[in-house]
Design a protein around this ligand. Sequence first.
Ligand code: C2E
Ligand code: CA
Ligand code: CA
Ligand code: CA
Length: 275
Amino acid sequence: AKDAGRDTIRFFNPEMQKAIESRIALETALRQALLRGELQLFYQPQIDQHGKRIGAEALLRWLHPNRGLIPPLDFIPLAEETGLIVPIGHWVVDTACAQLKEWETCATMRSLQLAVNVSARQFHQPDFVAQVRESLERSKANPARLKLELTESVVLENADSVIERMHQLRALGVSFSMDDFGTGYSSLSYLKRLPLDQLKIDKSFVRDITTDPNDAAIVRAILAMSRSLGIQVIAEGVETEEQQLFLLDNGCFAFQGYLFGKPSPIVDWRSQATQ
Ligand code: C2E
Ligand code: CA
Ligand code: CA
Ligand code: CA
């Protein structure tokens, strides 16, 4: 009883009270952000071994009226907990499709692929396939240009239903990349069963690739394995030419990272592309 009493006192301490209030405030603000058009997609280029732009990843930003630009890691975990990630994720896919359609009018952008992040909770919604289909139909974007980035958390449970759903989406024409590859818990045996087009080597492995023999070994193993499975690989978080060289030497031919461009609003990017 004494302990319970202490816990109760703890619960009402002002810091905790404040934390709860600010969480609720954040949730309310995030709910409104979607309606008020405060969410925006930034785009980061993906390039091939010749330095040619082959695509982009759409990365979510929240342009808060008072707090400025809020990075996704500050609000996506809360969005996932509260389920807000579902309407937000729907908005992301819808906006990405509209963007793809717009790129078709620009010679330098027309052939780019656009990758969007899909959270596990979003992927497992019963109407996820229908929503992607609707976004594609409404925008009239070419489905072959849309790539869905899934994380290993998507396949944590019931791989069979995940595989079935991936096939339904593939039938629409979209492709798949396994994001943050190597950081999750998925079994390697899933890898050959999942209809994947691409693996994305996480930036945590790329960071010390030229100095840490363990990271170098992991990346080499990922590349060798993908080669034998016939899956393409892209490395994220490439910041230096040394990192890119290491990757090239070991058979990685697609890159994303600050070395080639930071995520930016499309307006900036298009003016660069047409210069
Ligand atoms: P991610 O999917 O692994 O995205 C890569 C992150 O690395 C991005 O952070 C990107 O800005 C950052 N990055 C890119 N190049 C470099 C580099 O050279 N060095 C370093 N250190 N970082 C680099 P960002 O934009 O803050 O996004 C963080 C995470 O938020 C993403 O990680 C993704 O998991 C999530 N996220 C972003 N947009 C969405 C979205 O629309 N939906 C969902 N569900 N998640 C999203
Ligand atoms: Ca990603
Ligand atoms: Ca990552
Ligand atoms: Ca991620």
